[in-house]
Design a binder for this molecule. Sequence first.
Ligand code: NAD
Length: 259
Amino acid sequence: MENSNNPLALFKLDDKKAIVTGAGRGLGKELALGLAEAGADIAIVDLEEKECSKVVNQIIDIGRKAIAIEADVSKEEDVKNAVYITKAEFGEINILVCNAGIVSWSPAEEMDTKDWQKIIDVNLTGVFLFCKWVAKEMKKQGGGSIINISSMSSIIINIPQKQCHYNASKAGVSHLTKSLAVEWAPYNIRVNAICPGYIMTPLLKLADKKYLDQWISYTPQKRIPDPSEFKGLCIFLASDASNYVTGSAIVADGGYSLW
Ligand SMILES: NC(=O)c1ccc[n+]([C@@H]2O[C@H](COP(=O)([O-])OP(=O)(O)OC[C@H]3O[C@@H](n4cnc5c(N)ncnc54)[C@H](O)[C@@H]3O)[C@@H](O)[C@H]2O)c1
């Protein structure tokens, strides 16, 4: 535990080693940059190494170490390999951010079962696989912090778009988080989730303006945030500042889910 005379020291991540999935762009990229700014070295995991490499260079510019790992979070061999590479390069893994996720829209009665399965495989199974393989290392090391990116869609139903598979996958992520928090508390592994509302990432920039206007009108804060605004919450959950927080699914949605 850091010196209590300087509470800000609790948020430092000096020389911690982190994996962030889906960190080639969007929210994952900003969370990776935030963890690096707080002192951590980062393994950037994404589907394409080219995208990862750009973020790696930005982290090196911050003065931290970074590696790019091409992996599909829904494939167990890829996940095992990513964890193996990170451990070999960094020696340990203290922080895991399971951020990779996808969305699509379709009425449930017309949804192709392959689309249902794809969302569950990436958004839910991908989180389970990374948690499983990283927790094995954290257990040996004596602890760590896992942060799963869920969504406000785990507790509300978005409108007007229809995305029952995504909503179900995120409800699964939040409950998986709580289950793992209880299982792994004896090993000093904390497991928490962040449940964001809409965020202005490349994913959302594709949305029609009429949807954006509608979503903003439902949000008490009347705006859609930049992904960099989630850095602080991620650093809090990764650091000693949140030592007694585990199994929480922290909502950060500008008030959307309140009414
Ligand atoms: N943007 C939002 O409004 C919003 C709101 C709530 C929650 N989220 C969640 O935040 C996370 C990040 O979303 P984003 O908006 O930054 O999306 P994004 O599409 O901008 O970025 C997602 C990243 O994940 C990667 N990815 C996708 N499938 C992968 C796989 N199988 N293996 C490895 N990497 C994969 C993509 O290549 C991409 O770089 C997701 O879990 C999403 O559900 C987003």
